[in-house]
Design a protein around this ligand. Sequence first.
Ligand code: CTP
Ligand code: MG
Length: 222
Amino acid sequence: DDVAVLVPAAGMGVRLGPGAPKALRTLAGEPLLVHAVRRVAAAPSVGRIVVAAPPDDVESVVALLRPVAHVVVVPGGATRQTSVSLALDAVGEAFPIVLVHDAARALAPVELIERVAAAVRDGHEAVVPVLPVVDTIKQVDADGRVAGTVDRSVLRSVQTPQGFSRETLVRAHAAAVDEHTDDAGMCEKIGVAVWTVPGDERALKITRPLDLEIACLLLDLG
Ligand code: CTP
Ligand code: MG
C-alpha cells in the first residue's frame, strides 16, 4: 500500500444535464462516487484515498463514503486542476506513488488501477492508460470544411487513473500556469516523459446521458 489515490469529484456535470453534481448522481441506486471509491479501495496497492468533493456537499460526501472506505474528503475547486491540487495538498509524504482518478470513471476496474500503479513502481514517473482511437479523425476549418484527415494510428484516447511519482506530480502542479484537462499534460509541460499502458473500456468517462445508460449495462454484465 504505497499508493495514494486522488479522486476529483467536484464537477457539476453540465453535459449530463440538470441535476445534482455528477459524482452524486446515481447509477443502479448508488452515487457514481460510491462506485468509483469502492473499486479504488479494493485495489491492494492503495493505502490512502483523498476525494475532492463539491464544496457544498463535503458533509454529505463524508457520510456517503463512511460505510464504503476510509477516505479523506476535501472541498474541490472551480476547475478539475484546482480540485486535484487541493487533494494533493492533503496527501502525506508516506505515499511515493500518487494516482489521479476521475469519479466520473466510476467503473474503472481494480486491474487497471493496479496496472497503472505497477508501471510507476517500475520506474515510470508519469503513466497514462490509453485506448486506440476507433473513429476516423478529421481536421475542420472555421466554416466546417474538412482541412485534412489525421493519421489515427498514432493517436490514443487517454483515461484515468493516471499515475505519478509523488514528487513529479507535486512539481507539475507547482509549475502549472494554464489549465490542463489531465495531469499528464502538466507533466509533459515540464519535460517529464509520460509512459502508456493499455486502458480498459470499463473506465469510460460518464459524460453525457448515453454514458450513464452504457454504464448501467456494464454493471448488469457484472
Ligand atoms: N472535477 C472536479 N472539479 C472541477 C471540475 C471537475 O473535481 N471543478 C472532476 C469531476 O467531478 C470529474 C472529473 O473531474 O470526476 C472529470 O471532469 P468532467 O468529466 O468534465 O466532469 P464535470 O466537470 O462534472 O462535467 P461537465 O464538464 O460536463 O460539467
Ligand atoms: Mg468538466
